[in-house]
Structures are given as C-alpha cells and as structure tokens.
Design a protein around this ligand. Structure first.
Ligand code: ADP
Length: 186
C-alpha cells in the first residue's frame, strides 16, 4: 500500500519525514557513524551532543571489545538523554565513484541496523540518509539503495518493527527519497 510519503510492507509502515533525527521518539535512531565510533560531524555530532556522554562511553567499551566498526556493520548503545532509548551506530561507505561496492555496503548498513533492532525487539526505528553528507554518496542513488534495502528486508524477514521512519534533514533529501518511493510503487 502506498499513500504519498508512506508505504506499508507486511505489518510495517515505512514513512518519510523532513526533520531532525535527534528529536525523534522512535525506540531507536540510527547514527551515520564512522569506524572509530568516537563521534564526528554531521548527524553523528548532533546525536552525541543531544544524547550526552553516556553514548560515547558505551561506544568506547564496544571499540575496546571489537575494535573499529567495519563499513556496513552496526552496533547498539543507549540513547542517553535522547527521546529514543537506543542508538544504532552503523558505518556507511565513502563514495569513490560507485565501483567499489558502495551500493552493497550501503544496503548492508541498513540491513544490519534493521537486524539489530529486530533482535532487540524494537518496534520503531528512524534512519538518517546514511553516507550522503561527508561521505559523498549521491542523494538519488542513496535513496534508491536505502528504500530497496529496507523494503527487501521487511518483505523477507520476520521483524518486531512496526514502523521505519526516514528522517530527511533538508528539502533536497526529502524530495529525492519521495521520488524514489514513488518509483517503487509504480
Ligand atoms: P555521512 O558521513 O554518512 O555522509 P553525515 O552526517 O555527513 O554522514 O550526513 C548524512 C546525512 O545526514 C546528510 O544528508 C545530512 O544532511 C544529514 N543530517 C545531518 N544532521 C542531521 C540531523 N540532525 N538529522 C537528520 N539528518 C541529518
């Protein structure tokens, strides 16, 4: 089913909104982290600023256990002071022109985040547009990969998730994701 900015896949609603992911009250929000898990710019910096030091403290413990986080993988921490109880940190690919497995790595970042959310029994999750800031992935291509990865996951896996929200920061991102979502439904 499709109505403008949302689509229902099985029992899960996939929705697009324009806004700030740090303000979302979903069970988890996803951070477009870098492999060090030590924070950074963009959405990563915003999440750590809004969530406070408890998030970084758990990230440090994870790094001391597993080392740097590989591209396409995901880990989960507390949400600290955020409205969301948990943050799922995933690392999207840096764009190198498209011939270095970027699309598959980006799809993996979404898939691994969804798996982790399901394994924790979460009902709702919010994603930013991973890799489309400092990592340079072209917006339209990233939107297609993101929506395809999420919809494919929801069609093929059983999941606790009832809602997946894409929180697009600006109008350009929102429009790109809306156009791709419409393409999926036609
Ligand atoms: P990456 O390194 O994966 O490219 P960035 O944080 O640089 O990550 O950018 C990813 C996307 O997140 C960009 O489209 C950027 O506009 C967006 N973004 C930045 N701040 C926020 C925020 N507070 N909420 C939602 N999206 C954000």
């Amino acid at each position: 089913m499709c109505a403008g900015n949302e689509v229902t896949v099985g029992r899960t609603r996939v929705r697009l909104i324009q806004g700030d992911i740090t303000k979302q009250a979903t069970d988890a929000i996803v951070n477009a982290a870098n492999p060090s898990l030590m924070g950074g710019g963009g959405v990563d910096g915003a999440i750590h600023r809004a969530g406070g030091p408890a998030i970084l403290q758990e990230c440090r413990q994870i790094v001391s256990r597993i080392g740097r986080l590989d591209t396409g993988k995901a880990v989960i921490t507390t949400g600290g002071n955020l409205r969301a109880r948990r943050v799922i940190h995933t690392v999207g690919p840096v764009w190198h022109g498209g011939n270095r497995g970027e699309a598959e790595l980006l799809a993996s970042a979404y898939r691994e985040s969804l798996k982790l959310a399901s394994n924790h029994g979460l009902k709702s999750i919010a994603f930013p547009s991973i890799s489309t800031g400092a990592y340079g992935y072209p917006m339209a291509g990233a939107a297609k990969v993101a929506l395809e990865a999420v919809i494919t996951f929801l069609r093929s896996e059983s999941t606790s998730l009832e809602e997946v929200v894409f929180v697009l920061y600006d109008a350009k991102a929102y429009q790109a994701y809306s156009a791709e979502l419409a393409g999926f439904m036609s």
